[in-house]
Design a protein around this ligand. Structure first.
Ligand code: PEP
Ligand code: MN
Length: 468
């Protein structure tokens, strides 16, 4: 269950004194990336504020602690072993203005709601993780953007520059890294308060899900919702310790794209003497920066965090094996997660050779489906969007592949929000293109809205229950 005692965070993470982190200024190898090919970075090293911003970040306290990171790795080892399921969700790009109590709580609430449904469907604990508290840097296909004959640097996420199409806003500003740190700290503080302070109460989460069921568009999920409700009432009748179930673990994840930020927030854990990225618990390398000999791969190979790597449709089995060699030479369970984003049309054909290669090599990784990034289209009215049905189809394809190979489909990675936006097409409470002008808010990729996210969780849970 979501809140099984073993998934709870009631045990002390570390003994007093063990969570001290020291700076990582001279740690061997941590600056190797600086001499390697480094893509997708702003050109700001010569900026007058770069050194002071970097120094300030380096002196700030870590956002997460090594003990928490190790604990997450143990949870992910369970996922790799087929004993838990991973749910990763959140914005494509967080925004500074999006750091409000309403927006953060809606997002956390939606993830908790999805997790309860998936927990029931899988009959397994769900590891909950937000693309939150650090998801501010974006890779882009072009360094520049031209509008009406004016060419400016492309928008790289609010940790780098502004979204407005003006010269002033698009100039990369290193002080934004410090702002992103503070916004991440504020986000994490609220997330911790919610998830440790009673907000995650299973009964409350179940009540929110009843709100979803009141919409006639969702009538087809009545049976499953009723079963979950009965299960919760059964637990209550049996005298389950709901006090203990009021808290849950919730982890923060983001793409480790901006290596100046990640390097400045790397600390040496005093227990083990090893480096940890302390900007978030889990970090991943994106599809555009996973060159084997590149800076990103090198940097994450040197830190202790659990790491993810996105795998797009051009990935070969050889590459996958080389990534394992590079990032997980010790074959440490929970260390490496492959986040597969092939597209609905590709996943059934392109994923099996990769899964087979990994199994044949005896490696144990977490396999996660990202059904968003291979299914992006442009709507007739110009908006970047995704079809709910394509997203669902890719998830189904991912499950089918693992089922046929006897391997474990370990998780779901989605771009979503707790708000009532209109960015992805479809869902039972249908979103069509006409709603985009009023309710499209994302600065980069389209997200599932609150209802679409929950609906996806119900559909995935249904297919998990029917295979049993
Ligand atoms: C993302 O996760 O927002 C992203 C850019 O993904 P990918 O690297 O898979 O394209
Ligand atoms: Mn995205």
């Amino acid at each position: 269950m979501t809140n099984t005692p073993e998934a709870r965070s009631d045990a002390p993470l570390t003994a007093p004194g063990e969570i001290l982190h020291v700076g990582a200024a001279d740690y061997p190898g941590l600056d190797e990336w600086r001499s390697l090919p480094l893509s997708q970075q702003p050109d700001w090293r010569g900026h007058e504020d770069f050194d002071s911003a970097y120094a300030e970040l380096s002196a700030h306290p870590p956002l997460v602690f090594a003990g928490e990171v190790d604990k997450l790795k143990r949870r992910l080892a369970k996922v790799a072993n087929g004993e838990a399921f991973l749910l990763q969700g959140g914005d494509c790009a967080e925004t500074f203005d999006g750091v409000t109590a309403d927006k953060i709580s809606a997002k956390v609430k939606t993830i908790l709601q999805m997790a309860v449904v998936l927990t029931y469907g899988a009959s397994l604990p769900v590891v909950k993780m937000g693309r939150m508290a650090g998801q501010y840097a974006k890779p882009r296909s072009s360094d520049v953007e031209t509008r009406d004959g004016v060419t400016l640097p492309t928008f790289r996420g609010e940790i780098v520059n502004g979204f407005d199409f003006t010269e002033e806003s698009r100039v990369p500003d290193p002080k934004r890294m410090v702002k992103a740190y503070h916004k991440s700290a504020a986000t994490l503080n609220l997330v911790r308060a919610f998830t440790e302070g009673g907000f995650a109460d299973l009964r409350a989460v179940q009540q929110w899900n009843k709100g979803f069921m009141q919409n006639p568009a969702h009538a087809r999920y009545e049976r499953l919702a009723g079963e979950i409700d009965r299960a919760v009432r059964f637990m209550e009748a049996c005298g389950a310790d709901f006090e203990g179930l009021k808290r849950t673990e919730f982890y923060a994840a983001h793409e480790a794209l901006l290596l100046d930020y990640e390097r400045a927030l790397t600390r040496i854990d005093s227990r083990t003497g090893k480096p940890y990225v302390t900007s978030g618990h889990f970090v991943w390398i994106g599809e555009r920066t996973r060159e084997l000999d590149g800076a990103h791969m090198d940097y994450l190979s040197r830190v202790q965090n659990p790491v993810g790597v996105k795998l797009g449709p051009t990935t070969t089995p050889e590459t996958v094996l080389e990534i394992i060699e590079k990032l997980d030479p010790e074959r440490e369970p929970g260390r490496l997660t492959f986040i597969v984003r092939m597209g609905a049309a590709n996943v059934r054909e392109k994923l099996p050779p990769l899964v087979r290669a990994v199994s044949d090599a005896g490696a144990k990784v977490v396999w996660v489906t990202d059904p968003m990034h291979g299914n992006t289209i442009t709507a007739d009215n110009g908006y970047k969007t995704r079809r709910f049905d394509d997203i669902l189809d890719e998830v189904r394809g991912f499950f089918e592949v693992h089922r046929s190979l006897g391997t474990y489909p370990g998780g779901l990675h989605v771009e979503m929000t707790g708000d009532d936006v209109a960015e992805c097409l479809g869902g039972s409470d249908v979103i069509d293109e006409s709603a985009f002008d009023q309710r499209y808010e994302s600065l980069v990729d389209p997200r599932l809205n609150h209802k679409q996210s929950l609906e996806l969780a119900f559909l995935v849970a249904e297919s998990l229950t029917t295979v049993k």
